[in-house]
Design a binder for this molecule. Structure first.
Ligand SMILES: [Zn+2]
Length: 115
């Protein structure tokens, strides 16, 4: 389950982002963007997150996960489209000069502190 490592990394980033002068900060929610090609299973990530955030400022924080579609661009004919799986060839011009615009990200968009 590679979600555990990802959860640990995200928690570390979130902890580092907390204002240092805040006493006993509490995170209410953490908003993530996760690409469909990142092979992260959202409920596994949430499960790992809940385990490792115990006794940290992120304990009981709500994890909001937005799944980002896979967007692909063909550099030969400039076509852009969405796909569910990786594609290696443009369906229009059949060239393979294609570029992945999104779909692999695992990003923290924002986090909200409790009052
Ligand atoms: Zn093309």
């Amino acid at each position: 389950m590679h979600e555990m490592g990802i959860a640990q990394e995200l928690v570390q980033i979130a902890l580092n982002a907390l204002p240092a002068d805040l006493k006993d900060p509490r995170v209410a929610s953490l908003n993530l963007r996760i690409g469909k090609l990142s092979s992260v299973v959202p409920h596994s990530l949430t499960f790992c997150f809940e385990i490792i955030t115990k006794d940290t400022p992120l304990e009981s924080a709500q994890l909001n996960i937005e799944m980002v579609p896979v967007r692909i661009r063909c550099n030969t004919c400039d076509r852009e489209w969405e796909a569910d799986t990786p594609v290696f060839r443009c369906p229009d011009c059949e060239k393979s000069q294609i570029e992945l615009l999104s779909g692999r990200e695992i990003d923290i968009v924002s986090l909200e502190l409790s009052e």
